[in-house]
Design a protein around this ligand. Structure first.
Ligand SMILES: C[S@@+](CC[C@H](N)C(=O)[O-])C[C@H]1O[C@@H](n2cnc3c(N)ncnc32)[C@H](O)[C@@H]1O
Length: 272
């Protein structure tokens, strides 16, 4: 028999999730929480959502919070997602960075990287420009499960559907069937870390970034959480550095701290 998520427990869980990671779940999405967390109840051998909420609050050292993040997050991604942004990066932003930063490393951060396709796309572009040796690329996410998959670097056809053929040949080797493994030259160039964008103690570990990609995660936050995340990212960028958010996302009503720069119909936000 299915375990029912009572309205009051839903509200408690929803508020807990929001407080911890900024993800805001509206009332009409109760069924999603019920579905997504059913597996955690099973994994923990629990018979009610009330017991699960108790475990989250008081169990061990808060260990189950990692399980909660794995279950509750949406991790949709792919290589070269929203390709115009990568063209703008390669053709405009990187050349500008090179002008303003003649020496020193170039620091890239993919701040909600899911299974790694985004930071690996950055690494491939940097390799193509012969800049990877001079660059550091970091990928971070709140879910350990996706970070483990990212480190493994094995991808199927859905993730690779926008991958240019020449890069697939150059930077991947067949694993099995339509599954490919990313080459070590790319895999080893990206460092992965668990960073909650709401936690300024964690985001502060990244400083003086030249470029931050933080795409398709703000959509899960409400305005207050967006402000918190964006303010943390602002602090991690160097003055003059660039922020890319998802093409369906906006900083309108969130902050005026960035200068929006429009290049080839693509908005990039620059820290002034
Ligand atoms: C839809 S994916 C986007 C992946 C990639 N940036 C892209 O655009 O293809 C959103 C990711 O944000 C992560 N996420 C959600 N809340 C987060 C938070 N508070 N801190 C860091 N990552 C978070 C999720 O785990 C998920 O992997």
């Amino acid at each position: 028999m299915d375990i029912v998520l009572q309205e009051t427990t839903f509200r408690q869980l929803r508020d807990f999730i929001y407080e911890k990671c900024g993800i805001f779940i509206p009332d009409m999405k109760k069924y999603i929480v019920e579905k997504k967390l059913a597996g955690r109840l099973q994994a923990k051998n629990l018979r009610s959502f009330e017991d699960y909420f108790y475990l989250l609050q008081y169990g061990g050292n808060g260990d189950e919070i990692a399980g909660l993040y794995d279950a509750i997050t949406t991790n949709e991604t792919s290589f070269f997602r929203e390709p115009n942004q990568f063209s703008v990066l390669a053709e405009h932003v990187i050349p500008e960075l090179l002008k303003s930063k003649k020496t020193g490393d170039l620091r890239f951060w993919s701040g909600a990287c899911s299974t790694g396709e985004e930071p690996y796309t950055l690494a491939i572009l940097l390799m193509e420009k012969k800049l990877l040796a001079r660059a550091s690329v970091m990928g971070s996410d709140i879910s350990n499960e996706v970070l483990t998959a990212a480190q493994r670097g094995i991808y199927g056809p859905y993730s690779l559907r926008n991958m240019p053929e020449q890069y697939l040949k150059k930077y991947f080797k067949p694993n099995s069937g339509q599954v490919f493994e990313i080459d070590d030259s790319i895999r080893k160039s990206v460092r992965f870390m668990n960073v909650n964008l709401m936690d300024s103690r964690k985001t502060r570990l990244v400083s003086s970034a030249d470029v931050i990609f933080c795409r398709n995660v703000l959509i899960y936050f409400d305005n207050k959480a967006k402000q918190k995340a964006i303010s943390n990212l602002y602090d991690s960028l160097r003055p003059g550095g660039f922020l890319f958010i998802g093409t369906s996302e906006s900083l309108h009503d969130v902050t005026r701290a960035f200068k929006p720069v429009i290049i080839n119909k693509t908005i990039v936000y620059q820290r002034v």
